[in-house]
Design a protein around this ligand. Structure first.
Ligand code: ATP
Ligand code: MG
Length: 427
């Protein structure tokens, strides 16, 4: 009888080796590089009270309106799988009073899965992964530049090519008001050419139309008013300072006067990054300043700025490196039941040298054992049969030379170390 088979849910995927090893390397780079900038890791639950996202992201956003995985648990609480990381990080910051219990800087990064009910396609999934940062309590324009520089450095560091940084300032609630008015008037004049979503939202959230991916809307928004004519003085000054700080840091960027971000709380600096090989209109990184958000979530009236990188999109554009995955180097082959104990101890000894090792316990014969050793690509096989067990020795076979000799375990370990160039390692 054969069993029913199952597939991963639509829009999700399994991360299999060796791709999982590449992901782990990128994550390791994240941890090293982000710490250089003073960011520390934070891990929050993958579900939260639904209301947190309604408030933190905004009711009029795509995410809250149509993409959230919302459910009621068995106790009747309304929860949501997290669609992004910022709201959760800020919630944790407020809940644990980190402003009072921790020294500055209040800089955090996270790595983990996010969930959005979108139509799956290349670079767009229902469970995807983000690497993100949040810097809280820092309002200086140099910080905006530093955060952008981190994103850019990171993308360069992991090998992305053709990185393009797009930069804008979407103003503050004060100067955005007249801008929104101008946009609203413009959308109304062109309403017949906008998609239904935009027509519905153009009055209450006129900025969002600028972010619409719909082709018809794209054509209309080319002629839309730009924010430059509406910035208040502090916003203009801030933006100019961000630009000169980016120049000082040697981060190239292009100004995109129509760049806006999805979350309601974004203000002033907004940025996205694209790379070679991405689908059109797809960013690998998006971020911005959100000075009112922490307070709106019950925290201190502190500014904030952050970004998030889409891991799937990033991994998709990274060139394949020739870097070999650290594979198994040694395989133990106990030929009898009685030899398994010696093999078990043997693998532990070799592993303690930092050498990836595996014992194939259920082997039938030397021949089938060597066949699996060949398929596993190991360099050495340690054969322990009746004779070896009695003599307390190992037969060490060098697969690269098809040569073998019987040695004491100590001599064999020494030979493995020497061959793998690990002489300097501590035992
Ligand atoms: P898009 O405009 O492509 O929908 P977004 O503005 O919704 O992106 P953000 O909320 O800014 O995306 O998230 C930051 C990054 O996360 C994006 O730049 C992208 O790389 C990645 N991302 C967002 N949604 C998805 C998804 N459904 N699948 C895979 N990656 C995603
Ligand atoms: Mg989106």
């Amino acid at each position: 009888m054969t069993g029913k088979t199952y597939q991963a849910p639509r829009g999700t995927s399994d991360l299999l080796p060796p791709a999982s090893e590449r992901w782990a390397r990128v994550e390791a780079t994240t941890r090293t590089l982000f710490r250089l900038y003073g960011f520390q890791e934070i891990r929050t639950p993958i579900f939260e009270a639904r209301e947190l996202f309604d408030r933190g992201i905004g009711e009029m956003t795509d995410i809250v309106e149509k993409q959230m995985y919302v459910f009621q648990d068995r106790g009747g609480d309304w929860l949501a799988l997290r669609p992004e990381g910022t709201a959760s990080v800020l919630r944790a910051f407020v809940e644990h009073h980190l402003d009072q219990t921790m020294p500055p800087p209040y800089r955090y990064f996270y790595i983990g899965p996010m969930f959005r009910h979108e139509r799956p396609q290349r670079g767009r999934y229902r469970q995807f992964h983000q690497i993100g940062v949040e810097a809280l309590g820092e309002s200086a324009p140099e910080v905006d530049a530093e955060v952008i520089a981190l994103g850019w450095e990171f993308l360069r560091h992991v090998g992305a090519r053709g990185i393009q940084v797009e930069l804008n300032s979407i103003g503050c609630p004060t100067c955005r008001l007249p801008y929104q008015g101008a946009l609203r008037a413009y959308w109304q004049a062109h309403a017949d050419k906008l998609c239904p979503d935009c027509r519905r939202r153009m009055d209450r959230n006129p900025l969002r139309v600028l972010d619409c991916k719909n082709e018809a809307c794209q054509a209309v928004l080319q002629g839309a008013p730009v924010i430059d004519d509406y910035w208040c003085n502090p916003c203009r000054t801030h933006f100019e300072a961000v630009r000169s700080a980016l120049a000082a840091l040697d981060v190239p960027y292009v100004r995109n006067a129509r760049l806006v971000r999805g979350l309601d709380y974004y203000m002033r600096t907004a940025f996205e990054m694209t790379t070679e090989g991405l689908g059109a209109q797809n960013a690998v990184l998006g971020g911005g300043r959100y000075d009112g958000l922490l307070r709106a979530l019950g925290g201190p009236d502190w500014p904030g700025i952050g970004f998030a990188i889409g891991m799937e999109r990033l991994m998709d554009v990274l060139p394949e490196t020739a870097e070999p995955v650290p594979a198994l180097a040694v395989m133990f082959l106990p030929l009898t039941e009685a030899a398994r104990g010696a093999a078990l101890q043997g693998v532990q000894t070799v592993r303690r040298l930092g050498i990836p090792t595996w014992a194939r316990m259920d082997v039938g014969s030397v021949k089938s054992g060597l066949r699996s050793a060949y398929r596993a690509g190991v360099r050495f096989v340690v054969i322990i049969g009746e004779d070896e067990l009695r003599a307390g020795q190992w037969t060490l076979r060098d697969m690269s030379a098809s040569r073998q000799e019987t040695l004491s375990p100590k001599e064999a370990v020494e030979a493995i170390r020497r061959a793998l160039g690990l002489d300097a390692l501590e035992t």
